[in-house]
Design a protein around this ligand. Structure first.
Ligand SMILES: Cc1cc2nc3c(=O)[nH]c(=O)nc-3n(C[C@H](O)[C@H](O)[C@H](O)COP(=O)(O)OP(=O)(O)OC[C@H]3O[C@@H](n4cnc5c(N)ncnc54)[C@H](O)[C@@H]3O)c2cc1C
Length: 355
């Protein structure tokens, strides 16, 4: 069995982002890389969206940029601007195609379906397959989205809706998310923050149909794409091992209060590439612990008081949009964090501190 210098377990977002980052910076010229990926073919399966607070390698895979967004609770809508940090949506189909075309040019990169096909002795491993202990208390962000096409122009594609809480909450936290890609196409997503083993929230198709037809008042449309997923709002097991680094969701790159992961994955890839020559000894890359602490309290409040969350999210966005975006994207300073904390219901959060 062949040995490799580097092995990436899982050729999804984090695995491929890292391979691409290493390849374009010529770190794989004299090194061999094996990518372990069981899927038979790469096709569009996810839409990765985020506020662009840092540069990344995938501007040419962006389906759409927005400079305006809204958030609403019953009877109230807040319209916000994000022209400093546009919101971007990446089409995973374009992302996979771009990376795989680039990786094919290097004869030192090999794909395998199963890890048993290679020898793991003497290699450095980047693992993106999370190790998750089943626990009924775990919170997840689980969702389903459909891209719809209408015959006539229907959407205002200058503005997207980040969170629409004007919907059935079922003693949990639920919102719809609408990304209008053009005047006649949009991704409409139903999103829950709850325990994923609670199947009572998983009648996604019915929820989406009802929202489109009775809330958006759109009757004439067809579904052209569907995606479904669940993001853990807790950290998977991440042991310190001399010859292994976890990346992606497995490596704790998810912001627990929001589920945003894509840009953190890109920053982690850059960090690994900058330190690849000394990778066994380098300090582990982490989302700043202050965000981990604040998110933990936020999730405690969410678990105890799901009914308060629509108002809490709405109030959070009463701060300047630039501040909130920086906070949610791990780029805020102390004063920006204070301006968000002051908007939160103080007693509820103080109680959550001591639980
Ligand atoms: C549908 C969906 C939409 C999302 N949208 C956003 C978003 O808008 N913005 C954002 O910031 N984040 C988003 N996320 C969260 C996060 O960015 C994604 O989950 C991202 O794909 C995480 O990258 P990853 O490499 O950790 O996992 P993945 O991309 O899932 O990659 C893991 C890879 O491992 C492979 N694999 C599985 N088992 C094995 C095994 N035993 N051995 C080897 N390989 C294996 C899988 O086939 C897969 O290719 C979304 C997640 C989902 C599921």
């Amino acid at each position: 069995m062949r040995e490799f210098d580097y092995v990436i377990i899982g050729g999804g977002c984090a695995g491929l982002s890292l391979a691409y980052e290493l390849e374009i910076h010529e770190k794989l010229k004299d090194k061999s890389l094996a990518i372990i990926e069981p899927r038979d073919e790469y096709k569009r399966d996810k839409t990765w969206s985020f506020w662009k607070v840092t540069s990344h390698n995938f501007d040419d895979c962006v389906k759409k940029n927005w400079k305006n967004f809204s958030i609403n609770i019953p009877n109230k809508t807040n319209y916000l601007e994000c022209k400093n940090f546009p919101y971007q949506s990446i089409d995973s189909g374009l992302f996979y195609e771009k990376i795989n075309n680039k990786l094919k040019e290097n004869k030192n990169i090999f794909f395998f379906k199963d890890i048993s096909e290679i020898n793991l002795k003497n290699c450095f491993i980047f693992n993106s397959v999370p190790s998750i202990k089943e626990d009924h208390r775990n919170l997840w962000q689980h969702f389903c989205g459909v891209e719809i096409e209408t015959q006539d122009n229907f959407f205002d594609d200058e503005i997207f809706n980040l969170m629409d809480f004007d919907c059935d909450q079922r003693e949990s936290v639920h919102f719809f998310y609408t990304l209008p890609y053009s005047k006649n196409t949009a991704l409409v997503e139903t999103t829950w923050l709850s325990k994923v083993n609670d199947n009572s929230k998983k009648d996604y198709d019915k929820q989406i149909k009802d929202y489109i037809e009775n809330h958006l008042n759109l009757k004439n449309y067809k579904i052209i794409y569907r995606e479904e997923g669940a993001i853990p709002l807790f950290y998977p097991i991440n042991k310190n091992e001399k010859n292994k680094i976890n990346i992606g969701t497995a490596g704790g790159m998810t912001r627990l209060s929001t589920g945003y992961t894509f840009l953190n994955i890109q920053e982690h890839s850059k960090y690994i590439r900058e330190n690849i020559e000394n990778i066994s000894n380098v300090k582990k890359y982490k989302i700043d612990p202050k965000y981990q602490f604040l998110d933990e309290i936020f999730l405690r409040v969410l678990e105890r008081h799901p009914e308060k969350m629509p108002d809490i999210f709405f109030k959070m966005f009463k701060a300047s949009p630039k501040t909130v975006i920086k906070f949610l994207s791990n780029k805020s300073n102390f004063f920006e964090e204070l301006s968000i904390i002051f908007r939160m219901p103080k007693l509820t959060f103080i109680k959550a501190l001591f639980y």
